[in-house]
Design a protein around this ligand. Structure first.
Ligand code: 6PG
Length: 465
């Protein structure tokens, strides 16, 4: 009576996925290495704590774990991204048979996923890189899952992943085959990049309201009212966060203002640079986190440069809401544009509408806007060309200009909000300043330039002196 599915690694996400699989009636085997220091068999203890796991098998021995699974074996790895994945693969390999399937459900780097995919192919083992979003609760109740690799191998695990995934508004699973190689981890990485910006925009909006002397409850009430026009999971949790109190003060007042990160925003920015796509919003949110980390130097600099008396910006609540909506559109434009580029370069053939669809449930960036994009991408790769989006941008533009300029005049830091309008101004221009760059490059390095009066595209060099 062997198990249908194996889960390797019982951290927070691994445990939640086990319970989700078991709750859906699957017979599973669970493995966690024995932790000698605390003399605990993690898997057995975990099984004892949850009645839904009574039919599951718990192991701390790899050979026994692998042998408990039906062939082809389906083993999902929920261990820390990075070197650990390679160690685990090496530990498992001697026990595996041809056509077994390993699924990496962590936030692995997509280039590493391709390397592992190629390596395991030489051993006749299938490797599926699967982005999983939704945190602990999502993993338990239904995450958004982004699997990639060999499509036939995916078919072997599809019933499991699609059953445990969140469901969209039409009751379809928020899980779809993304493409070959590391495309699943690539889109999960960009998901996180978009997530960084969505979080940063909310942080900036709150900073603006603070400058207008609203307290966290008042800000929460305003953001709550935005749910009617621009709802998202991150907006909802931010309302909860603003309202949380501890000992008569708001908890956010006690949280150190240094933002951490686990690397996916950094990778998205690197990927954007490598693929030549201007993901300026993600870079701005990433660097805002990095800036926050220089707490001591910031404190020093604030003594020297921060205005001692501050005036209030002259901005309406409505304008802040509109600026926020505008910046979110640009964020989504840039994020999907990066995925489109990667899909073209690597021949992944990613269906952007399907991708937006599996991001309408279970994941951290689910939102009303994402739901709208499912339709938009059915007829359009470039959301800026969609009639409704175009009209929204035109309607919201005046507000974002007003908000950004008032913030600059009043020394309120809004790196991502300001980048949104800056990007549009830079992008929506027939004639850019790049002619000067080309002339400079030709001047000092004879790098040549093309001429507007020669449509053949021929390259010219000038003796500038
Ligand atoms: C998700 C989250 C998840 C995790 C990130 C946070 O989709 O469920 O994105 O993957 O919360 O690792 O990343 P940072 O630690 O870099 O903020």
């Amino acid at each position: 009576n062997k198990s249908e599915f194996g889960l390797f690694g019982l951290g927070v996400m691994g445990k939640s996925l086990c319970r989700n699989l078991a709750n859906n009636g699957f017979k599973i085997s669970m493995f966690n290495r024995h932790i000698d220091a605390i003399e605990v068999d993690v898997a057995k203890k975990f099984k004892e704590n949850y009645p839904e796991l009574s039919n599951s098998l718990a192991f701390d021995d790899i050979a026994a774990f692998v042998n408990s699974l039906q062939e082809p074996r389906r083993i999902m790895l929920m261990v820390n991204a990075g070197k650990t994945i390679d160690y685990v693969i090496e530990d498992l390999l001697p026990h595996l048979s041809e056509n077994d399937i390993l699924i990496d459900g962590g936030n692995s780097n997509y280039l590493k996923t391709k390397e592992r995919f190629d390596y395991l192919k030489t051993k006749n083992i299938h490797f599926i890189g699967a982005g999983v979003s939704g945190g602990e609760e999502g993993a338990l109740k239904g995450p958004s899952i982004m699997p990639s690799g060999n499509e036939n191998a995916y078919k072997e695990i599809k019933p499991f992943l699609e059953t445990i995934a969140a469901k969209d508004k039409n009751d379809l699973p928020c899980c779809t085959y993304i493409g070959t190689e590391g495309s699943g981890h690539f889109v999960k990485m960009v998901h996180n990049g978009i997530e960084y910006v969505e979080m940063q925009l909310l942080a900036e909006v709150i900073t603006i309201f603070q400058s207008l002397e609203y307290n966290p409850d008042e800000i929460a009430n305003i953001l709550e009212s935005w749910k009617a026009t621009t709802n998202s999971y991150l907006l909802e949790i931010t309302v909860d966060i603003l309202r949380k109190k501890e000992e008569n003060d708001w908890l956010i007042h006690k949280i150190v203002d240094k933002a951490g990160n686990k690397g996916t925003g950094n990778w998205t920015t690197i990927a954007a640079a490598q693929l030549g796509v201007p993901n300026t919003m993600i870079a701005s949110a990433l660097f805002a986190r990095y800036t926050s980390f220089f707490k001591e130097e910031r404190t020093e600099a604030s003594k020297n440069f921060e205005a001692s008396s501050k005036s209030k910006p002259n901005i309406s609540t409505e304008a802040i809401s509109e600026a926020y909506q505008f910046a979110r559109i640009i964020n989504h434009y840039q994020g999907f544009r990066l995925i489109q580029q990667a899909s073209e370069n690597y021949n992944w053939n990613i269906n952007l509408s399907e991708l937006a669809r599996i991001w309408t449930g279970g994941c951290i960036i689910k939102s009303d806007l994402m739901t709208d994009l499912v339709q938009v991408f059915k007829s359009q790769q470039n959301i800026l060309n969609d009639e409704t989006i175009k009209n929204q941008i035109l309607k919201l533009k005046a507000s974002v200009k007003n908000v950004v300029s008032e913030c600059v005049l009043n020394e309120i830091a809004i790196p991502s909000l300001s980048e949104s309008i800056n990007f549009l101004h830079n992008f929506a221009k027939e004639n850019s300043s790049a002619n000067i760059i080309q002339a400079q490059r030709d001047y000092f390095g004879a790098h040549t330039y093309q001429r507007k009066d020669d449509p053949s595209g021929k390259f010219y060099h000038t003796q500038w002196k």
